[in-house]
Design a protein around this ligand. Structure first.
Ligand SMILES: Cc1cc2nc3c(=O)[nH]c(=O)nc-3n(C[C@H](O)[C@H](O)[C@H](O)COP(=O)(O)OP(=O)(O)OC[C@H]3O[C@@H](n4cnc5c(N)ncnc54)[C@H](O)[C@@H]3O)c2cc1C
Length: 369
């Protein structure tokens, strides 16, 4: 079925636990709610991503499974800088999102004890004209205030509009550079080809988050499912210097600035000023702290890699005793989970991890041992 949204699961008490006997679905085309009854042997496999814990949450008590909606995480994602690549370096389309990733371990404590946080660095490089689309999207995180971002993610038209403005802003910078280039290099008048390199650092939030219902009522019998807030606890402490996420971000970026310096040249001070005016992105180690403070309060990019909420071994069965139970929601007879909500935030590709979880659960369910 397409154009259908599951709004509610109906559970009944049985000997082996709670059994899902029916699901209510909202038909987005017809604008109607319909309830489908499940057969006596039917298994329900949930793979609705962040919606999976939300569909299960109101049954936590019945299932005696208070782990549903817990252990939620996402990456903190911080851009590191925009640098100019040496002219002699030829960049190709493949370099836009380089398949080469750097990984480091950082500690949130001064003595380097405790669990390290893995930081992944992704690099983007290419001609500005080619990168324009990507850069202007990333740029949206910076120049748009948070209250406007709140509406932007809810309203596709506003997003389209801001995206165009963002592209326009980058293009204006580019034209300004063309003009200055022509003035200072009259013999090479025309377009100044920029080859840029930029990087982002990603790492898991130190404290796990959770799903929180917006009200205590059960799912109402209308098309909208009950609403939940996703509480991500990043940069949580009031005194940021003591915050583990702040400390990891600061060490990770401070250590990588020399690498960025060696990969490319800093833009002209005038462009550095413009970039820093809008983004505060650091070009010197002394600027890192100010950048993270500003970014964590106003520009933070997250909720792209949301994971957890129904984690294996906590809310769902690991399948160690019986492969047929792999992914089964604990306390239930016939509900299974096979998406990224089943996993703590992976340090590698979340998308690949989601595929693997789907593959693993399906394979185990089909086993006949
Ligand atoms: C902007 C962005 C960039 C990303 N970039 C990367 C990247 O570069 N690399 C990477 O590895 N990962 C990336 N990710 C993360 C990756 O896409 C997700 O981690 C992955 O898709 C999660 O898979 P999932 O199956 O758990 O959930 P989803 O992919 O979210 O699938 C859930 C599906 O269920 C449907 N659904 C939801 N609720 C209901 C309901 N009530 N009824 C019926 N259907 C429902 C949704 O429409 C959706 O199709 C990115 C994510 C975003 C948003």
């Amino acid at each position: 079925m397409t154009q259908q949204r599951v709004t509610q699961l109906h559970l009944e008490t049985r000997h082996g636990g709670q059994r899902c006997t029916a699901i209510t679905v909202f038909n987005l085309v017809e604008g109607e709610l319909e309830t489908y009854h499940l057969g006596p042997n039917t298994k329900l496999l949930l793979c609705a991503g962040a919606a999976t814990p939300q569909l299960l949450y109101e049954h936590r008590e019945k299932l005696d499974n208070m782990e549903i909606g817990e252990h939620v995480n996402d990456h903190i994602l911080l851009p590191l800088g925009i640098y100019l690549l040496p002219d002699e370096l030829q960049v190709t389309l493949k370099d836009q999102y380089v398949s080469l990733f750097a990984t480091t371990e950082e500690f949130s404590t001064d003595d380097g004890h405790g669990e390290p946080t893995i930081c992944n660095f992704d690099f983007f490089s290419g001609q500005l004209d080619v990168l324009l689309y990507l850069v202007s999207h990333l740029f949206l995180a910076f120049w748009v205030p948070n209250w406007l971002k709140f509406w932007m993610i809810r309203n596709p038209r506003l997003f389209q509009c801001l995206k165009q403005v963002s592209r326009g802003l980058v293009s204006v910078f580019n034209s300004l550079d063309d003009l200055l280039w022509s003035i200072f290099h009259p013999s090479k008048m025309g377009k100044h080809q920029w080859n840029l390199i930029s990087a982002i650092v990603k790492f898991n939030i130190a404290r796990e988050g959770f799903y929180k219902p917006q009200s205590d009522t059960k799912t109402p019998a209308k098309e909208e499912p009950k609403r939940y807030e996703i509480i991500l606890r990043c940069f949580e402490k009031a005194s940021l210097e003591q915050d583990p996420d702040f400390r990891v971000a600061k060490t990770a970026i401070t250590r990588q600035i020399p690498l960025m310096d060696s990969l490319g040249a800093k833009p002209h001070p005038f462009f550095q000023f413009l970039i820093r005016l809008l983004t505060r992105m650091p070009y010197k180690t002394q600027q890192v702290e100010d950048y993270i403070k500003h970014y964590s309060r106003y520009d933070l990019l997250t909720e792209q890699h949301l994971s957890g909420g129904c984690v294996f071994g906590q809310a769902i069965d690991l399948g160690q005793e019986s492969s047929q139970d792999t992914g089964k929601v604990l306390g239930s007879e016939n509900i299974y989970v096979a998406d990224l909500s089943a996993s703590p935030l992976p340090r590698v590709s979340p998308q690949m991890t989601a595929y693997l979880i789907g593959h693993h659960v399906a394979t185990q369910l089909c086993r006949r041992d």
